[in-house]
Design a protein around this ligand. Structure first.
Ligand code: ZN
Length: 72
């Protein structure tokens, strides 16, 4: 499921120099070789910690929507 939202990548020099050197969510440093996640909903890179937190939020939203539709 998480694959629909986040693309798991390993930070490369190219990403760090051309896109971002920090997680766009918590602003912690990203180093070459770190596991990072491309947020396909917001077109940004985030660290693995943040991807977990955000994915939990998304899951919660999906559950709420599904529950809501049952009673619609
Ligand atoms: Zn982060």
């Amino acid at each position: 499921m998480s694959g629909q939202y986040f693309l798991e990548q390993v930070a490369t020099v190219k990403i760090l120099t051309q896109v971002t050197k920090v997680c766009t969510e918590c602003y912690s440093d990203i180093n070459v070789g770190d596991k990072i996640y491309y947020d396909m909903q917001n077109y940004r890179y985030i660290c693995s910690n943040c991807s977990e937190g955000i994915f939990k939020e998304i899951e919660k939203k999906i559950e709420t929507i599904e529950e809501g539709s049952l009673f619609a």
